[in-house]
Design a protein around this ligand. Structure first.
Ligand code: ADP
Ligand code: ASP
Ligand code: MG
Length: 457
């Protein structure tokens, strides 16, 4: 058995779904469990409609939803034979009636509660999984639908739910494995439900995580993440085109890259796979012949110490200077307690005798945090920063890396630096306006020569 996860762009249209059906059909003998994201940008559009409803623009929200319904009808209708169009209408009708009711609830209260955010945001995958299963059957790939909410049991942390692994794995064994013996199973990513059956989501981009959980649950021999790039590249193609494809990367390196902004994998994706030692492969649904990137448990040796460069934009640096001459005992604890209380994760930290600099990417609670910290320290907030992260397990043991990094960025004003915390990354914070040229300089420095054992040359 294998898991094949297809992201939003891989199922964004009738043509894209036809390509996916061919890819799945060619691997039918491996008994695939297919995990699909919402079609195209559906999740963004659903959440935008929820915001409009909350702001009192129910008519606008209604129009968005009608467009979404028409989009699903058009793309799936183009695949299904005429005698299945009635069934398609039924599926759309029941889902969109319920969705409208939830939007009505948002409009009445004027608020998208986390529970309603999950409820509304879940429709993309609820629909895509049902419709892709219907499309597969029409395209000659016998398939059954599995409602992710009947298999993936989560806690009730709405918008960021975590799986209850024991129960979830038991459900996958009980519900998915018998179905997989008979047909391709199609399940929506991103969504789950609490033990009481209330719909939850795993956080944006969470379908990768669903795929990994499902793979661990059924004991898959491989988890395939099919997306719109050939695999893990040496840099984010949306920031700097022309990166090189990695043939292999370790779980640790891939997880670090995901955490520090490489959207190609959701940061939690690898946990279940690592635990069950299941290899993960990243593949391109537009170029299925490309071998993609294999993510493996063991360290991958290479003459290139840096494997890839990721980045996070929209970073804020918070500089906190003690009001006393020296940092008092307990100062750091008090600072971190404040961030903790406001559930704001801190990414990078640097300290001196009297001050602490740290970076955050969630700023909703920043005014409250700043007010509290100001009681014990002088606080300076600098927005519009970017975090650049060079990742490679050999970074820690290669002499001269820092000199090469500093040489490459000699013309850039670097705000913060960190190395050592995870042993496999070297991070820099720069002004967002300098991001692209800094990445380019680092990329030129570390990838002008490539080890063919690790990189596609
Ligand atoms: P999906 O909808 O298939 O889940 P995502 O948009 O979530 O796809 O992830 C794929 C995107 O990740 C790519 O289109 C690319 O822009 C981005 N990305 C960021 N960093 C990298 C990287 N190092 N290698 C490959 N892709 C990356
Ligand atoms: N559809 C969800 C999102 O857009 C999950 C995913 O695509 O992974 O965040
Ligand atoms: Mg994704």
């Amino acid at each position: 058995m294998i898991v094949m996860k297809f992201g939003g762009t891989s199922v964004e249209s009738a043509d894209a779904i036809r390509r996916v059906a061919e890819i799945v059909q060619a691997r039918q003998d491996r008994h695939p469990l297919v995990v699909v994201s919402a079609m195209g940008k559906t999740t963004n559009r659903l959440l935008a409609a929820a915001d409009k409803a909350a702001a009192g623009n129910l008519e606008d929200a209604h129009r968005d939803i009608e467009e979404l319904e028409a989009f699903h009808r058009r793309e799936i209708g183009a695949i299904l034979p005429a005698d299945k169009h009635g069934k398609l209408d039924d599926v759309l009708e029941t889902h969109f009636v319920d969705l409208e009711a939830s939007l009505g609830e948002v409009a009445t209260t004027g608020e998208v509660t986390p529970q309603l955010w999950d409820e509304i945001g879940s429709y993309g995958e609820r629909l895509s999984s049902l419709l892709v299963a219907m499309a597969f059957n029409a395209l000659g790939v016998p398939s059954v639908h599995l409602d992710a909410r009947h298999a993936l049991v989560t806690d009730s942390r709405h918008t960021q739910a975590l799986p209850l692994y024991g129960r979830t794995y038991a459900r996958f064994r009980e519900k998915a494995v018998p179905l997989l013996r008979e047909a391709v199973v199609v399940m929506g990513g991103f969504i789950g439900a609490t033990a009481d059956g209330v719909t939850t989501t795993l956080g944006r981009g969470g379908s990768d995580f669903s795929a990994s959980i499902a793979g661990a649950g059924i004991g898959a021999e491989e988890i395939q993440i099919w997306t719109d790039v050939d695999g893990m590249l040496t840099c984010d193609p949306r920031i700097l085109p022309g990166g090189h494809l990695l043939r292999t990367i370790s779980f640790n390196e891939a997880a670090e890259l995901a955490y520090f902004g490489a959207k190609v994998l959701h940061p939690s994706t690898l946990l279940p796979a690592v635990e069950k030692d299941i290899p993960v492969r990243i593949l391109n649904s537009r170029h299925p012949e490309v071998e993609g990137t294999r993510v493996v448990a063991e360290m991958v040796h290479s003459t290139n110490p840096v494997k890839s460069i990721s980045c996070k934009r929209g970073i804020t640096v918070v500089n906190i200077r003690s009001l006393r001459m020296l940092m008092a005992h307990g100062f750091l604890r008090r600072i971190f307690e404040v961030f903790d209380r406001y559930r704001t994760p801190v990414d990078m930290v640097a300290t001196t005798e009297v001050s602490v600099s740290l970076t955050i990417d969630q700023t909703q609670m920043l005014p409250e945090i700043e007010a509290e910290l100001s009681r014990i320290a002088e606080v300076v907030v600098t927005p519009d920063q970017a975090l650049i992260c060079l990742v490679g397990e050999a970074i820690r043991e290669t002499p001269g890396i820092s000199a090469r990094i500093f040489g490459a960025v000699r013309d850039v004003n670097v705000r913060m630096i960190s190395q050592g915390a995870s042993l496999l990354n070297f991070s820099l914070v720069v002004n967002d306006a300098d991001l692209v040229r800094t990445i380019k300089a680092l990329h030129d420095e570390f990838f002008s020569e490539l080890d063919p054992a690790v990189f596609e040359v």
